[in-house]
Structures are given as C-alpha cells and as structure tokens.
Ligand binder design. Sequence first.
Ligand code: ADP
Ligand code: MG
Length: 682
Amino acid sequence: MTETPPKPGFSGMVQGSDWPRPQAWARPGVLDLGLDVLPGVSAALARKLRPLGIGRIGDLLFRRPRRYESAADEISIAQLFGNEEVAIAATVRSVRLRRHGRRSILTAIVADASGQISATWFNQPWLADKLAPGTPIRLRGKLGRHGFDVKSYDLGEAKATADFAPVYGASEQVPSSRIRELVRGALDAYGGDVLDALPAELDVPLRRDAVAAVHFPADLGEAETARRRLALDELVTLQLAVARSTADDAVAPPLGSPGELIERYRDVLPFMLTEHQEHAIGEIDADLARTAPMRRLLQGDVGSGKTVVALYALLRAVENGRQGALMAPTETLAEQHFLTLESLCAELGIEVALVTGSVRGSVEAPIVVGTHALIQRDVELADLAVAVVDEQHRFGVEQRQALAERHSPHVLHMTATPIPRTLALTVYGDLAVTEIGKPPAARKPIVTAWVGAERSSEAYERLRVHLDAGRQAYVVCPLIEVSETRLARAAEAEAERLRRAELAGYRIGLLHGRLKAAERREVMRAFKDGELDVLVATTVIEVGVDVPNATIMIVQEADRFGLAQLHQLRGRVGRGAEQSYCLLISRPKLELTDSASARLEALVETTDGFELAERDLELRGEGPLLGTRQSGYSDLRFTRLRADRDLLEQARAISRDLAREDGPWHDEADRLLATADPSSLA
Ligand code: ADP
Ligand code: MG
C-alpha cells in the first residue's frame, strides 16, 4: 500500500468530496461530437473554426481562455465620461436598423434612471429582433462619438458581458466573442458530461465545475483554481500514459563488468574523462549489471561531453557480444553522431553502421546509429542490448514505447535541454537522472556579443582574424519561415555572396537540409578535417556538430531565432581549449520587439543553459518546451510548467497510487486514457 498522495491545494472552489469512485474523464463519445450538434453552427462556420483547432465539442470545452476581461465599473448613463471601458445596466426604449448594401448599423436607445443614450452595433442585423422595447440589457463598452460603442452585451440572464468574461485565441473570420458564445452553448448542453476520474479522497473540486469555471469564473481567483484542477488532470493523464509506455516486468540482458575493450577505449580518447563523466559511467555500469532495463536520463548542457559517455554505454554492449544503437531525432544529427563514433571506433576495430530512411532487414554491425528508422517494424536488431536515445524529448511516448516493446534494451536517454527534475520524471516516467557539467576544455565561457546590422562588417572583420589564425568559423543563415527548399536556396545565395564579399579568398562550405546525405556528410568531413575555413549553414547544425577548432560563430538576423535555438547554435563553438565567440547580428536594435531584445540580452548575459531555459519560460509562457504534444494523449493545455511545479509532484504521486497493482486504475488505464481530453485538431 503506498502512501496517500499529498492533497493539492485548491482554494476558492467548492471541493467535490462525495462523487462516485473513478470512472472516466468524460462520458464516452461526448467530447468527439461534431459542432453541428450545437444550434446555429453552419457548415461554413464549422469550416472557419477548423484552423483554430476547434472541430469537436471537446475542443470548445477544453479551449483555454487566453485571458479574462477585467471587471468593468458599472456606472449610470449620466456618469458616462471619457473613454474608459465601463458597463451600464439599462432598458431598451427603441431600435433602428439601417442597411447599406451588405453592411448594417443597428442603433438602440437605452435608458436607466439617470438618463438615456444611443448604443450602436455594426453588422449584427439579427439583433434587431431581440431588442424589443422594454428588454433589460447590460452593455459593456465605452463612450464613442455618436453614443455608446458596444463591445459586448447581455440580455436577461446570459453572462457574456460578465466581468472576467473569457477571451479566446481567435481569427479574422471568427472573433473571440463568437467563440465565447459557442463555448457557452457547449457548456450548457454537454458540461454535465464531463466526469471525474480522480478518487474522492483527494477532495478536489469537481472537474465539471472546473470546466465551467475556467470559462466563466466569478473572479480571477476562481479561474486560476479551475485552471489548476484541469492542469492536474492533464498531468495525471500524461503520467499514466508514460507509465504504460514502460512495462515494469521487462527484462534486459545483464552485462558483466567492464573489460579489455573499455580499457582500450579509455586509451584512445585524447583526454581524461572528467569527474562528472566518471560518475555517470559508474551509474551506467551499475544499471547495466541488472536485469531490469536501465532507464537513465543523462542531462548536460551543450558541449558537456555526453557523446563520450554514450559511446561508453554502447561499447559495454559490444564487449558482451551484443549490439548497441544510438537513435537521433534527425538525419543530420544521426550522420554527425555516426562520423564521431565511426572515427573513435575505427581505432578500436569496431564497425559502425548508419541506418536512416528506407533500410530494411537485419542490421549486423555491433554499433548502429540512426533515426527513428531504427525502430521500424522491418528493421531487425537481433542482439540489441543498449540503446542511447539522443535529444529524447523530440521523440514521442509512442516511439519510446515501440523501442521498449520490441527490444527491451537498457536505455540511456540524453538531453541538452535543461528541464527541472520533477518535470523530467513526469514527462518521461520513472527515469534515474544523471547530470554532467562541462569538461575542462570547454569550460571557458563563450563570449557573446549582440551587434546591430549596421555594424555587421566589424563582425566579419573579427571572424577573419580567427580564420587568419588558423581557426574555423560558422555563419548561420537567417531563419525564414518557409519551406526547407527556399531556406536552402537562400543559404546557397548567402554563401555565394559571402564568397565574393566579406569572406573572399577563404574556403567556404555550405550545409543545409536539402543536401543529399552523402553530400552533407562530405561537407562535414571536410570541415572537420580542416579543408574548409567557414561553414555557412542553416539550423541543421543546431545539434551534434563537433569541431573543437571552430572558435567563432556569426548568427545573421539572430532576432528571428528562439532563445533555446540560439543557445544550441552557440554550443557549436567553445568546444576546444581556445576562447570562443558568438556574434549575434540583428536588425537595428530600435526596430526590435521587446521580447526579441530580451532574448538577445539574455544570451549576452549568460551561457548557462538552465538559466536560459528559465528565462525562456518567462518570455514565452508555458510554450511547447517539451514537445509533449507528441504524446498523443494530452497537450498540456492548462498546465503552466513553472507555476505548477507542485502539481507535477502531486500528479506523479496520484497516478502511481491509482495505477498500483491493487489500485483502481490498474486494469483500467487503457479505458481511462481513451476517455482523456481529445488532442486538438491542429
Ligand atoms: P555534448 O554531446 O554533451 O554536447 P560532446 O560530447 O560533443 O558534448 O563534447 C563536447 C566537446 O568536449 C567535444 O569536442 C569532446 O571531444 C570534448 N570533450 C568531451 N569530454 C572531454 C573531456 N573529458 N576532456 C576534454 N574534452 C572533452
Ligand atoms: Mg552532442
């Protein structure tokens, strides 16, 4: 019997202490109902809603408001003054509708005890029928040139102008106010079909009440309480899904102690392992000795030397006569790892195979590097004992499940994205976490400067100084939000321009996503072997590229990149003993948005990945930091990663308790997951 999980604190809403035992997140089928079950939703409207990710009743019920209207002062008509948004409570006196072609203007004279005023609506002719003289009305808006400009209104009991009314992400075709009406309709008709799956002992508010209150709260405190309740459900669901992806009775081959091959590996490395690396290796050895598959997360900032540790784990499989595989999220990264491992393994006389795209059949090499192609049905890794999954947050729960189910190897996950431990555990299940810090060679912090475009020639001057001293450099091309093909063409043009202008006379290579794998590999090899001075590249170099002699990087139009992305890019330099530099060129500083400036400032101020991840969360809000949407179960729509750390712990405890052998969810997890929030259409 596990301990009762701690109670999440939910103040400000009635706690639902006596609902039935866990059943489901919602009555089956209800969340999947089409929008046409609501009155007044035409096929045309449904079509306009699709790009907003609204296609089903569940999408309305679980759409998170962006924000809430603040409370408007309710004043009398005689007090109307200035242009503050206010509310007035009045009665309709008379109505007049004028049409100009397809446009219309509706004016109503409304009155209260203090006086009267004309209120105006544009292009809402149908309202005329509803505004019969004598109808009580509450209007929200402000004083305009010709009377009262109405922003929202209530007739009778409805609450659309209610203070704290929800504001949703909307589009030009469908304004937030229309979505508000639809949500209202969905709540009225189906809100009662939202059920509870958490045990009554937790004594948290009813989920149904939370769904209602998150859309139409009495005040902001209630909205926040409701949001947290829905966040808890999301986290419990996700946690349960993750637990299902890691069978607890799996058996992996236990590996004996390190032998002669490992000794030779240590000899061929051109450096001593750091204390951190030794520590990680010790933990890995202990894991590998067991029959329970290793499930370890190796977390270390870019350049911290994870690859050396990864290869160690793979070689442990090889010296036990088994296979080791490294799985990377992109082809470029897989190729890069392949090159690194191949050159180290050549000295050990061990073959490394690269598996991307369309390989089928059995792969015999003792060490295999590849993309998710590795876990496809038609690829066979007969002897797999150790798998390393790089940048694993980019893989979904399903892919990790496929790996575990088909092979049940020991698994080492690696990530450079610093995430809080509790979050790692929530998103990846019960992983042991090892952190490593940077090796001595890479410990000199990279000097970062932010340069306005008008001074970019100075940046290139600086870069040439490095090249003339025998060092190498990267130039990262602007990020354009178009196809990979156009990005490639832009990069080609930029390389051509640099060849003739700033970098005339230097040997320039080009790397982008449209190159064939063999071409890409050749460029990387040439750069690595010093046959090229400068690598002009798109973000394909973001991860994995490792050339210690490269000591300076210029990022063009750096304001277009995300903070995490720039940090990853910057990690390509500072990999050797030399002082390295990163020059961020942006449009003139005065033209930048506040958040772009804040990103670039943060990069100049610190090279610490954890610090930057925190600032990134602050700047972007909860954002898709973890790629959790790939989980297929839940999008963490209501969860705020920073604010909800306490909920993460609680969700872990709750789901562990529910799913334990004698727990209520043990045999029902699949059924429960099937009733979880629908993942949105987008
Ligand atoms: P990560 O994969 O964590 O970003 P890498 O494994 O690519 O980092 O290592 C970064 C750089 O540091 C590489 O050039 C690598 O050869 C070097 N390196 C790794 N371990 C050590 C060490 N113990 N001493 C010196 N240099 C090291
Ligand atoms: Mg790496």
